[in-house]
Design a protein around this ligand. Structure first.
Ligand code: 6PG
Length: 249
């Protein structure tokens, strides 16, 4: 697995860097490009960039099949909805066929929806082992090292068969639907986007790797046959050890 760390002056430059790389990857793809989006606030500057020129009209959006890494079990028009946020910020501003946007139905029964969404993933991406291989999964990370809706010490981290699981936010108890580690680690690329000083300690621990990193869900993200990119703004990168920081691009 190839691990690349890129450190940016601020979140706007980080968003521009990711938008550039996303455009290159999509436009170089032969056919469909499957992209799973993260929720939370970190992707907001990126989503805003994608709605602006040059990305709005130069990314070949008709190739892009949009999925989500996780979703809160709320209706799509809820302020909490990851789909709703992406739709408001960029999906309703770009020329992408409606059929390419595969939202998780947060308003549905969680268990039934996790099964339905697993079927959608399987349809789009048949693979011999039965685990879909998405081209790119964008992830954020919480200060507790959670990613998607896989939280520390959750049994969902042990899931090896299912593609999606029902999770519960440890503080709010909010039900969620999340991709599982087998799907995340089968992706061709996983890009973490992390910003803010409050995440520099957990970021350093997770990027350092090794056993202690494995205590955190984000530390379990190792796309065996893929690339793992860490996009950090400077405040989030402050805790990195000197050697790792020196190797960063
Ligand atoms: C979600 C996300 C979640 C998020 C982290 C970081 O549905 O909330 O998928 O995993 O990426 O909690 O959130 P922030 O970007 O808001 O810090």
């Amino acid at each position: 697995m190839k691990k690349i760390i890129k450190i940016f002056e601020n979140t706007d430059q980080m968003a521009a860097g990711i938008a550039e790389e996303l455009r290159s990857a999509v436009n170089a793809a032969e056919k469909d490009y499957s992209l799973a989006l993260s929720g939370g606030s970190t992707p907001v500057p990126l989503f805003e960039k994608l709605a602006q020129e040059p990305y709005r009209s130069t990314i070949q959006w008709a190739k892009v099949q949009i999925f989500w890494a996780d979703e809160r079990c709320v209706p799509p028009d809820s302020a909490e909805s990851n789909y709703g946020m992406a739709d408001r910020l960029f999906l309703n501003k770009i020329d992408i066929p409606e059929g390419n946007v595969h939202r998780i139905h947060g308003e549905a029964d969680p268990r039934g929806e996790s099964l339905r969404y697993s079927g959608i993933l399987r349809e789009i991406h048949k693979t011999s082992e039965g685990i879909p291989r998405l081209d790119l999964i964008l992830l954020g990370m919480g200060t507790d090292g959670h990613m998607a809706s896989l939280f520390p010490d959750s049994d969902n981290l042990k899931e090896r068969e299912k593609l999606c699981v029902v999770a519960r936010h440890p503080q709010s108890g909010q039900p969620r639907i999340s991709l599982t580690l087998p799907v995340i680690n089968n992706a061709a690329r996983v890009w973490f986007m992390i910003s803010g000083k409050d995440k520099n300690k957990i970021t350093a621990k997770v990027i350092a790797g090794g056993e202690s990193a494995g205590r955190y869900p984000a530390g379990r993200v190792n796309p065996e046959n893929g690339e793992l990119h860490w996009y950090l703004d400077k405040p989030a990168a402050e805790g990195l050890n000197r050697k790792i920081a020196a190797e960063a691009e």
